[in-house]
Write a protein that binds this ligand. Sequence first.
Ligand code: HEM
Length: 152
Amino acid sequence: MINNGKQASNNKSSISMIKHDYIDDQTIKLLIDGFYSKLRQEPVLGAIFEKAIGTSDSDWQPHLEKMYDFWSSIMLSTGRYRGTPMQKHQELPRFQIELFDRWLYLFKETAQELHTDDIVAQYSEKSSRIAESLKLSIYFKPNGTSHANSSQ
Ligand code: HEM
């Protein structure tokens, strides 16, 4: 086959269209990098992250590395993540509970860009469950008091 410029560019575009039906370190990195680059452009969510993490790529690198480990532990049971996400989120200035929906929407949308439906469903299920636990730990006290409507 003659590999002229047109063929090469067709190949390139078809490679970027491939939906991965597996999860590994490389696909986790693609997902996390894509997701946080969207989050950083969001008006309200982006500002929360900017305040906690910073604006430069070097500020962001440690957070991204942590998130690769987190999702590797969740999806591939590698045990790489060591951290206390509940505590980290409780310590953030209070934000509106509805932002979790936007977070989950963008996460799923990014997974859909990269993965086949069954993998998207796995990510969606895990992220929704974790979001519910985080919400409970941030907004609802054991005695039944709700703080869901208070924002910073
Ligand atoms: C509106 C929803 C959310 C907001 C505003 C938010 C915000 C943040 C921020 C600002 C940090 C950085 C904290 C710091 O380094 O000081 C963080 C860390 C983190 N977030 Fe979220 N988050 C949200 C939802 C979620 C969800 C749904 C998950 C998991 C499915 C998640 C998992 C994590 C993890 C694992 C860390 C790292 C904690 C550590 O330092 O070990 N977050 N989040």
